[in-house]
Design a protein around this ligand. Sequence first.
Ligand SMILES: [Fe+2]
Length: 133
Amino acid sequence: MIWTKSLETGVAKIDEQHKELFRQVDILVDRNQANRVESTLNFLSSYVAKHFSDEEVLQRINLYPKADFHKKLHVDFTKTFKDLYAQYKSAGNKLLVVLSINKAVIGWLKDHIMTHDKEFAEFYLKKHPPLNK
Ligand SMILES: [Fe+2]
C-alpha cells in the first residue's frame, strides 16, 4: 500500500503517524515469518494505541465537538484489530490471516483518514493556521 498525498490531513504529527502505520502494515506482508509477523503485530498494536491516544488528546484540548464520536471509532477499530490478532494466533493458514489483516487495516485507515481525520484537521487548522502558509 503506497501512501498518497491525498491522505494528508495537513496536521504534521498526525500525518507522520499515519505514514508510519502504513509502513508497518506493509512490513507485515513482507515478513511472513511467524516470529517477525508477531513482533510487527505487537508493534502495530501499540503504535495504533499511541496514535489514537495522541489524536484524542489533540481533539480534547482543542475542544473538538466530535471528540467522543471520534474516540468511539478508535475503540471499535481497536476491538477489530484485537479480534484479527486472535485469529492470527489460532489460524492454520497464517498467510491468509496476514493478508486479511493488511486489507482490513489499510481499508479502515484510508476510510478513517479521508473522512474523520480530515474533518478534525480542518477544524484544527482553522484554530492553528500553519505558519508557513
Ligand atoms: Fe482518527
